[in-house]
Design a protein around this ligand. Sequence first.
Ligand code: URA
Length: 240
Amino acid sequence: MDNVLRLQYLEAMGIPVWVSKTLPKADSLELEASTDAASPEPETVAEILDALPEAAPDDWGSLAAEVAACTRCGLCTTRKNTVFGAGDPHADWLLIGEGPGQQEDEQGLPFVGVAGQLLTEMIRAMGLSREQVFITNIVKCRPPNNRDPHVDEVASCNGYLQRQIALIQPKIILAVGRIAAQTLLDTTAPLAKLRGKVHSLNNIPVIVVYHPAYLLRSLPEKRKAWQDLQFALRVRKEQQ
Ligand code: URA
């Protein structure tokens, strides 16, 4: 296959092709490999893809830096700080809330307000600490007046969350509250229908639990919240 055709294939597949300015033009380009008798020139698209260098692996630092500088949606104009998440980046437990509130926006940390204190207690009641889990949110910037995040805001942030999940590789995910649960599970079902079941996201079990802010408003539900946490602990134990 000649090099022009090769470059056309790569471009058609959306694979960026960089040609050094110091090298001759594509139609006269001789790839190094073609001069190596031990590695014959690839002839098929599959062979070309095999021969390409691996894409640079994602890493935590560059992801955090991207989030810190994000301007993908309008929330960047009202936020004080982005809230990437906190805890162990290799945690077995990943807790995902809805989005930062006022305190979180001020401090750049998740769940540090009153609801956060209750979440910390819930984590302790499970025999864990905040340092042992990773806590993040569906959206990384505070929606003004703590409104629910809009669909476009959730969509803009989704790539960050998916990359966090891929890097952390948690053993279990707790969807904290209705918005997190509905977003992660791509459903409009009410929380009452989602709790008490093992859902799945990329083969990772997802357990839906009450949001601590809701529990602060509705103390009688605290018992059910504890049942949810015990359920999550059982699911995790069965994996071990
Ligand atoms: N509520 C959330 O869902 N997330 C936070 O970080 C704080 C409050």
